[in-house]
Design a protein around this ligand. Structure first.
Ligand code: SF4
Length: 360
């Protein structure tokens, strides 16, 4: 296998006001759960996703009612809108004409060459990309027959098949996903794909499960890829409110220092030395910093024994001490604060740091 193409070396592809690929930046996506033709509910959900940090949103487009809702939805949201289409070139054409910022359709599934050409020409005319979505569960029959069952090689072969159709029509604004619910299979497929072509990759572990199990599964699979420098955009798929998908994705990006616009919480696991109600404080502070758009590290520690020193990399933090808290910055104690007000004082200091960050 040839060398992996690092995410920064992939082809840059415009999606609305964003450029996916060609840099180290990774964009978070999610997908709505509403009926797309219900514009009011769909917009409401998208605005909640935006608020949580979602940067690109996808909607299902199962029928004409959905396709004809795209323009109205777009008017009311602020992030690029991707329209997900299966097979129907007609729906693809409507969605493109309605102003979709990207469509997800596999050209090999559209049917006649003439239809494929029409969709590609329409996308070209509007300057929007096409995402090829390879799924281990729906590989082409010929590929399945060749390999016997879904394999990483087969998934990459499927991607290359769809890519070639677009390239033959001189279309190169392509983004590719290779999803599988089997983590090892998905990781292997993305690894092989990143060595086989340089189009940006949309990462995802499909049907990963509920909030708890699915987050772990996604973190394992996506984390492996992120640490290898693979991936330009990602969606964490969960059987949960899509806002949770965005939250999990943001945490993952933070873990790999791929997010420059979110605060991180460091909190101790607690032990017999604990002096404050750390678990509820940690949850409250985590919720508070979830909307802070600055890369600040905040620590909350149960005691001061190993406390501030243990969290030296934190910009700000509190450590419990008998009946009070010690407010510290970069491992140095700044002042003592009463237990009743320590969380509020910490929040004020967090806000100050965020302001200073934006003033820089
Ligand atoms: Fe225990 Fe204190 Fe360390 Fe928390 S900071 S794990 S309470 S020693």
């Amino acid at each position: 296998m040839s060398a992996i193409t690092h995410r920064s070396k992939t082809r840059p592809v415009r999606v609305g006001n964003l450029t996916i690929g060609g840099s180290d930046e990774l964009f978070i996506q999610s997908m709505t759960t509403t009926k797309t033709h219900d514009v009011e509910e769909t917009v409401k959900e998208i605005l909640r996703l935006e608020e949580a940090g979602c940067q690109i949103v996808r909607v299902a487009c199962p029928d004409e009612r959905a396709a004809y809702s795209i323009a109205e939805i777009k008017k009311q949201i602020n992030i690029p809108l991707v329209v997900d289409i299966h097979f129907s070139y007609k729906l693809a054409l409507i969605a493109i004409e309605q102003g979709a910022d990207k469509i997800r359709i596999n050209p090999g599934n559209i049917g006649r060459d003439r239809y494929v050409r029409e969709v590609v020409n329409a996308a070209k005319a509007k300057g929007i990309p096409i995402r090829i979505g390879v799924n281990a569960g729906s590989l082409e029959k010929s590929i399945l027959e060749k390999y016997g069952y879904p394999t990483a090689e087969g998934m990459v072969e499927s991607a290359l098949y769809h890519i070639k159709i677009l390239e033959d029509l001189d279309f190169h604004d392509i983004i590719v996903s290779l999803k599988a619910s089997d983590v090892n299979l998905a990781v292997d497929a993305y690894m092989k794909a990143s060595a086989a072509f340089d189009y940006p990759l949309h990462l995802g572990i499909t049907e990963s499960g509920t909030l708890f199990a699915g987050s772990i599964k996604s973190a394992a699979g996506l984390g492996t890829l992120l640490s290898a420098g693979i991936g330009n955009t990602m969606r964490v798929s969960l059987s949960a409110d899509p806002v949770q998908e965005v939250k999990v994705a943001r945490e993952l990006l933070k873990v790999f220092a791929l997010s420059s616009d979110s605060a991180t919480l460091i909190s101790c696991p607690t032990c017999g030395r604990i002096e404050i109600d750390l678990i509820s404080i940690a949850n409250e502070v985590e919720e508070y910093i979830s909307t802070i758009k600055a890369p600040i590290k905040v620590a909350v520690l149960g005691c001061a024994v190993n406390g501030p020193g243990e969290a030296r990399e934190a910009d700000i933090g509190i450590a419990g001490a008998r009946g009070e808290g010690l407010l510290f910055m970069k491992g140095e104690i700044v002042r003592k604060v009463p237990e009743e007000t320590m969380v509020e004082e910490l929040k004020i200091e967090i806000d100050k740091l965020a302001e200073e960050y934006f003033e820089k």
